[in-house]
Design a protein around this ligand. Sequence first.
Ligand code: FAD
Length: 447
Amino acid sequence: MAENGLKKKLNIAVVGGGLVGSLEALYLAKRGHNVSLYEYREDIRNTPQVRGRSINLALSVRGRTALKDVGLEDHIIQNHGIPMKARMIHRTDGSTYEIPYDARTNQCIYSVGRNYLNGLVLKETENYTNVEKHFNHKLIEANLQKGALTFLNTDTKGTVQVNADLIIGADGAFSAVRKAMMKQPLFDYSQKYIEHGYLELCIPPTEDGQFQMPANYLHIWPRGNFMMIALPNQDCSWTVTLFMPFQNFKAIDSEETLLDFFTKYFPDSIPLIGRKRLVEDFLGGSPSPLLAVKCRPYNVADKALIIGDAAHAVVPFYGQGMNAGFEDCTLLDRLFQYHHDDLAKILPEFSETRWRDTFAISDLAMYNYIEMRDLVTRPSYLVRKAMDDFLFWLLPGVWVPLYNSVTFTTMPYSHCVKNREWQNTVLLYLFYFIIFCVFVGVWSYLR
Ligand code: FAD
């Protein structure tokens, strides 16, 4: 018997050293397996941050649960993450109002730097002698049934052959491991590019290094068919992301059209970003596309599995892509424990139990774009939110609003959707009941 009570130490190749791959490598190393992590790029810890280009992310309970398992939650929450307790909505006249995420228990989401978090998890793997990291290694070929991988070493330009008991593909939305899986019979796959892209801008700190806007909020400028959001960074700057149809981006092709557009829709942001910087960053950048991927099954027999964006890239509007990927790692770890590292049981069970939830969060994320860019400004949304908040306060164990269940619990995503469906039905009947009572009241009065 190997150490850690394992029957057999497995040789596991993790492809992709992004957020999810690094975390998975750490989970597996903690379990005692031999892990080799292969990452296309150079070590993110040696890559200088390009200002205004570093995406920060909203970390919520699912991601926190995984970080807690590997001993990193406290560090992230206490030393790095910036709590965001509410959405702060910016109207076109520059006035603002807040919509709390959780008025009952004041739970919040945390803004974390992608590079920082990725670097922290990679650094943590250094505490384990059973992890090897290979940067500048690009997967170019895979025979998943045989557990065989071929990498291109982008430094030496030579190829490297690897054999593993298990291959984990965590190589992102354009996964090469998934591409190899697509040759399998009965592998279902669909992808959708939405018509909107995103462009990142930056609000710098004040000259004395302070935030220019109230820090503990996710700021939103909802404008119907498009929106801008801003998340705070550790250095008191803000990463601002404009989500908009590509055709609108295309129409803004000069300093004049850009400033007209911002003056009309986001006037309060111009002095915050700064005219010069706005022009440089906007016209110097180009919008990136947004992709959602659904596929299944996630495994090839007991040899290969895809997780994170490789398995289920979602549009970013629920702030759940990374959180869902981290949850994959947690669920997988539970299955390793439950099935005593028996891959023939773990991999099919993961595939069969996970897809409904990832499909559900994919659909929710699409819907949330409409909520963020449009519905939040409508009275009907605010009335529904007030009712949800009241019922949540009254019946906390029974009535958990959709956003709270997705963001502040580990309830399976598909259950969050089912919850919302019966809540809608209850409210509809309540509405009919009120109409009926009003009708009866008026009728008795007039009689
Ligand atoms: P990635 O982060 O894409 O990492 C994949 C890694 O694999 C990369 O390092 C890549 O270099 C490597 N790789 C790729 N191909 C190969 C190959 N052939 N060989 C070897 N290595 C390879 N999620 C949230 O939870 N909260 C948010 O607030 C949030 N905001 C977002 C905002 C935007 C604008 C976007 C685009 C996404 C956002 N997300 C958010 C989603 C989140 O970024 C992703 O879900 C997350 O990065 C997925 O992690 P991953 O490790 O699966 O994939």
